[in-house]
Design a protein around this ligand. Structure first.
Ligand SMILES: *Cc1c(COP(=O)(O)O)cnc(C)c1O
Length: 372
């Protein structure tokens, strides 16, 4: 069994995708071109934002917005600790300092009380200056941007939405990618909308930030292409990857429905045995991962071993909260984030993709229930 099955999806798009790729190979246009423009326009319509900038990865889709804010070393950007490493790493790469915040136990997303407390701590200590917040739509569920925005407005902070896993999700009809001043997503193959390599995109309604980011993503180029006005990156989305994404967009909404049906079925079968993920009223998840919480670390290992023996892959997202990672723990010796620390010991993710059959789900659930 596959953790994320890309084969069945490929069968559905193979013919039309091969036509698109043949055209690109025939014309030998590998950078830019109409596919990238078409994709950016399609994504802007889909998410409901003014500007989309395709780039080379989800990590770059965070670094480029952060670079637009010209962070200094003593600028604090608040990031949940329980997330993929790139959420915080991007802050360091853009020249600022990540300050790790705890998450909510039932949504896995940034906890506004912990956020407020960390902002107060930073202001009290006076070493760093609060600048912004990166909120993550973890496992596909958009964060609570109503609460986050109240805090950001009150404290004068920017918000960047890390929608690497959230693309396709929504809250009260508003789509992931449209929250915050800017948002970044990833097209890594295993994400809800993935290409066949690395890729990413940035979303914003802000004309000025968009203009700066357009420059940052190609070496800080100015009006004159060879008079560079700032230090930038080389971060473009390849034409071939744009073609893959255009084809996959034709399946995407149906795939979201199928993911949600699979999640409903897991909920029905597992909720009496493990803590299943709950989607708050008004929200829609893109189900990048289906992550359950079990009793303790030993139980988790037992379940993973049993699943493994049946040929069923399971993953731990994430086994180490960022403030305890080797890279960051030295700067965070006094940081205690109880929920992130607890979650890293009891979470596990089971196969989730649009083409999961009910028979496969039954065999996954049987093994999980047996070891609970
Ligand atoms: C995958 C991911 C990223 C980074 O995306 P890449 O395309 O792999 O660079 C950033 N944040 C989160 C939450 C992710 O899951």
């Amino acid at each position: 069994m596959q953790f994320i099955d890309l084969h069945k999806q490929y069968d559905l798009i193979e013919d039309s995708l091969r036509k698109r790729l043949d055209k690109i190979l025939g014309e030998k246009r590998f950078i830019g071109g109409e596919e990238v423009d078409e994709l950016e326009n399609m994504l802007a319509d889909y998410v409901g934002v003014k500007h989309v900038l395709a780039c080379a990865s989800g990590t770059d889709a965070l670094i480029i917005p952060l670079r637009a804010y010209e962070l200094k070393k003593d600028d604090a950007v608040f990031v949940p600790s329980f997330t993929f490493f790139a959420s915080g790493e991007s802050v360091s790469l853009a020249g600022g300092t990540p300050v790790f915040v705890d998450v909510d136990e039932s949504t896995f997303n940034i906890d506004s009380d912990s956020l407020m407390q960390k902002i107060k701590e930073v202001k009290r200590e006076g070493k760093l200056k609060p600048r912004g917040i990166i909120a993550v739509d973890l496992f596909g569920l958009p964060a609570d941007y109503d609460e986050i925005k109240k805090i950001a407005d009150q404290e004068g902070l920017f918000i960047i939405e890390d929608a690497a896993q959230g693309f396709g999700g929504s809250n009260k009809g508003r789509k992931a990618g449209s929250f915050g001043n800017m948002a970044g997503t990833s097209f890594f193959p295993a994400k809800p909308l993935g290409c066949y390599g690395d890729g990413g995109a940035i979303f914003t309604d802000d004309d000025d930030l968009y203009a700066v980011m357009k420059s940052v993503h190609v070496h800080g180029q100015g009006v004159d292409k060879y008079d560079n006005v700032r230090i930038g990156l080389n971060s473009r989305l390849d034409t071939i990857q744009a073609a893959v994404l255009l084809e996959k967009m034709s399946l995407f909404d149906r795939e979201l429905e199928l993911r949600n049906e699979a999640a409903d079925y897991y909920e029905k079968r597992l909720s009496d045995y493990v803590k299943t993920p709950k989607i708050p009223e008004g929200y829609y998840s893109s189900w990048a991962q289906y992550t359950i919480q079990v009793k303790d670390e030993q139980t988790r290992q037992r379940i993973i071993d049993t699943l493994g023996a049946e040929g069923i892959p399971a993953m731990i997202y994430y086994p180490i909260p960022m403030h305890q990672s080797t890279a960051y723990k030295g700067d965070n010796l006094d940081t205690v984030l109880p929920v992130s620390e607890k979650l890293s010991k009891v979470v596990m993710s089971i196969p989730m993709h649009p083409y999961l059959s009910r028979e496969e789900q039954d065999s996954i659930c049987d093994s999980v229930i047996k070891e609970c």
